[in-house]
Design a protein around this ligand. Sequence first.
Ligand code: EPZ
Length: 443
Amino acid sequence: MSNGNSYLEIKQSPELSGDVSLYGAKNAVLVIMASLLLTSGKSRLKNVPGSSDVLHMIKLLESLGAIVSFDQEAHELCVDTSGVNKWRVQPGIMKQMRASILVMGPLLARFSRADIALPGGCVIGTRPIDLHLKNLEKMGVSIDLNGSYLKTHVSRLSAQDIILDYPSVGATENIMMAAVSARGTTRIMNAALEPEVLDLMEVLKKMGARINTEIPATICIEGGHPLQPVNHELVPDRLEAGTLLCAAAITGGSVFLTNGKKEHLEVFLLKLEQMGHMISSGLDGNGILFKATQSPQAVSFKTAPYPGFPTDLQAPMMALQCLAQGKSIIDETVFENRLVHVRELQKMGAQISVEGSKAVVMGVEELYGASVIASDIRASCALAIAGLAAKGTTIMTGISHWQRGYDHLEEKFDQLGAAIGLFGLSGSPMHVSDLEVKSAEKG
Ligand code: EPZ
């Protein structure tokens, strides 16, 4: 992984084209790795992305006594949890990644205890965990907060009817993983039902848990059943898919995502079609086939919990609106501060104004390469996407975010024809496409 001195160099690129496959979803693999603490034995996960968040989660599991081997070439992860004998996560490890909070439910289920540090906020918002804590307390958990450290314990988790004030992904996942060991049936109402949450549910059912869903947005868990290790192939990453489609759209290209699932991106794909882009499937009905329009029309959208427009594709979609015809009004309703990338896009010539949770984008004729800073994973995608269409060269720093969220996504961009490369500060390529050739072709 890169240190703070590396950067992405993106040049104006030709139309992206070709076939590309997706790795497993980052927001599924992290919580599923945490869920393996519920079992004692060897589990195997397939199509695992080699992102730095995954490497952090490996370190966390090893710090608790798990034995982990990761074949990054084959994207296969083997986790043996039979030796897990700790329930305290070191603060240094907790702080590296917000998803660390997702070990709380499994540790309480396995050891009736979990000592963890508060994961802290990040640039997109304070990201509290009140919905996790108050509902675990309802299940009998005692929580002692001293400073930023949480010591939790429970004599016996009790099944409850839980109503979430907001369909929080993390709270739904933590409660689900605690509930599998609570005798009786726990019902989570107003639950998050993102594809990544459903993939976790699939894994828990493979372990032996009794879980089903009810309308409206309710997850029922009948706890107390013994759980076994699993073999599981991760759901493809719909957010990697959306990022690749935006890259193809902004360059006027056409790509085929061989394992993309249209049903995980319905609202996002509808918005691309409303811009004039063509969306279909492969010959066997699978995958996502995309062909860009040469005169994209601006669209407006509002982010919302699944199946609404995903907040994690708000920034990449904003980059598209910068060069579309007309006005786009983007309302970020999920996180209170997820418009930080606007400032960086303005440096590239984008016409954007922000009022509260809304950004108003007026399409322009051209963007210009600039030195920009990525503030979070999805902002890094927006800047890379804008850089593909901007005249000249864009240098993006802060790429630890890019690397947290993806496994060398620049290589997939490169494979599709983008002029993009990862460099160390000395300018030595860490992975570089034939930048000069491609940008020369662009003329
Ligand atoms: C998950 O975060 C994802 N991360 C996020 O992806 C994603 O944006 C988010 O879900 C929404 O889909 C992982 O799965 C690792 P939430 P999570 O709890 O669980 C508020 C990315 O870029 N809230 O659904 O933290 C919260 O502040 C990342 O891949 C509370 O108020 O999201 C936010 O405004 C970013 N109290 C809203 O709910 C709580 O106890 C949604 O948060 C919990 C959440």
